[in-house]
Design a binder for this molecule. Structure first.
Ligand code: ATP
Length: 436
């Protein structure tokens, strides 16, 4: 039996992953038949609270205890086992609704929880579309109705979209996140996380990614919001992640659990030609720089790329991408780049997540006007594109004789990515991408 939930938090508090721990507590007579899933969806949806994530639990009657994946009052294990039969659906739906009513930020009119309880999964295309594009509630409800899948919602019920998409996820790639939670009386107070410990964790655990931002010299595992999360550590090896519980040890979490996630997989990215780019999707596309980088108000760096058919788009390294802007600023007209990023609507702009420099153009700079072969002095310009003349002896020379220098480029033909603090949950870090 699957329980899928989304859209329970607001900027003032809560976190849908915490609600998953409350659901696990509620259904203590059952066991988890898989890791709980934390499924991130289209990072460009304008109405997301923070990270656009939904959760799914698979509950059943467990046999064959496997490994420990968390502690919520008691140790939490995953098991092999049998799913709960269909006849229990209404009971599970009612009890899950009660948990949502207890914990979701229902007083916020932008919190619109959705809940699905089902013995079968939703069709795969729902995930594909929701992680990459915009989906309507009507189309999701049509699909659920046609498959006879039980769902319910609160407020505008928009969370049904995320819940249905998360339940549809069939992983090609996946990672894990161990999330720890604070005692309730501490919610909203400053987290006691020592950044040296986080740096130590990042350096000592091989499979961990996106924990420490060395550019900003800041920990990225502890959120800034007043939510129940103490910290979350991401990586490829769930057993290794458990070591975080010993390494990060100043503020003790009340509970923890490891989620199976699509974070760090680039599943939001679709290949696209520049002409097919549209708002709210995320693409990988390539082209030549046709307008050199320029810094606009707010510290954002923009440049234009065009493909061989003459279609062009403006690409942006926004201010929060900090040092990444220095890299982008070194591009010149004629460089060829492969860009990954989300598409912003007004004005249509590609918000760069990472970039591969495919080809560096030669950077030729003028040193001076041609030198007169007779007088050995620099000639003067006659007029724009009209050539040069020596003031002393009147010898003429053409524009081609201008003295130039081939300047060494400060970029390499390789991958560059935004710093960890500015990275999307779904973005595949180069640490994972270039791993052999
Ligand atoms: P929470 O922790 O509550 O899940 P969040 O930052 O993940 O917070 P939500 O509050 O869930 O964001 O807001 C995202 C909302 O957008 C949800 O209602 C979800 O169902 C909906 N949604 C997600 N992806 C899409 C999409 N591709 N098209 C349309 N709606 C979407």
């Amino acid at each position: 039996m699957y329980i899928a939930v989304d859209d329970t938090d607001s900027r003032e508090g809560m976190c849908t992953t915490f609600l998953a721990t409350e659901l696990i507590k509620e259904f203590e007579e059952y066991e988890l038949l898989d890791y709980p899933r934390l499924v991130r969806l289209n990072p460009n949806v304008p109405w997301k609270t923070r990270g656009n994530g939904a959760v799914v639990l698979k509950l059943g009657k467990g046999v064959n205890k496997k490994n420990i994946i968390g502690k919520i009052e008691d140790d939490i294990f995953i098991y092999d086992g049998e799913s709960i039969p269909n006849k229990k659906i209404v009971d599970i739906l009612t009890r899950s609704e009660k948990v949502i009513k207890n914990w979701a930020e229902l007083k916020d009119d932008r919190t619109d929880p959705g809940l699905i309880v089902s013995t079968k999964k939703t069709p795969k295309y729902l995930y594909e579309k929701t992680v990459k594009d915009i989906v309507t509630l009507e189309e999701v409800i049509d699909t659920l109705e046609s498959k006879n899948i039980k769902y319910t919602g609160f407020g505008k019920k928009r969370g049904i979209i995320g819940a249905a998409a998360a339940l549809a996820w069939e992983p090609d790639d996946h990672t894990y996140e161990l999330i720890t939670y604070r005692e309730q009386w501490k919610w909203g107070t400053k987290r006691n996380i020592d950044k040296e410990q986080v740096k130590g964790l990042d350096k000592s655990l091989n499979s961990v990614f996106d924990s420490y931002d060395y550019d900003e010299d800041a920990s990225v595992i502890d959120p800034n919001s007043p939510c129940p999360v103490l910290y979350g550590v991401r990586g490829d090896n769930p057993e290794e992640l458990k070591k975080a519980l010993e390494i990060i040890n100043i503020e003790k979490p009340e509970s923890w659990i490891t989620f199976f996630t699509n974070q760090g997989t680039d599943e939001h990215i679709q290949p696209a030609e520049i002409k097919d780019v549209k708002p709210w999707i995320s693409v990988k596309t390539q082209g030549k720089v046709t307008k050199e980088p320029r810094t606009i108000k707010g510290g954002h760096v923009l440049f234009d790329v065009s493909d061989s058919k003459g279609n062009s788009i403006t690409a942006a390294a926004y201010e929060p991408t900090k040092s990444f802007r220095d890299i982008v600023n070194k591009l010149i007209v004629g460089d060829k780049v492969l860009l990954y990023g989300g598409i912003r609507k007004d004005p249509l702009t590609l918000n760069i997540e990472k970039m591969k420099v495919l080809h560096l153009n030669e950077k030729i700079v003028k040193i001076g006007n041609p030198v007169c072969p007779k007088c050995n002095t620099r000639m003067s310009s006659i007029g724009k594109n009209a050539g040069f003349r020596c003031k002393k002896c009147s010898t003429k020379s053409s524009e081609d004789d201008i003295e130039t220098e081939n300047v060494e480029r400060e970029l390499e033909e390789k991958w560059y990515e935004t710093p960890v603090s500015a990275r999307r949950h779904l973005s595949k870090p180069l640490k994972r991408m270039l791993k052999r």
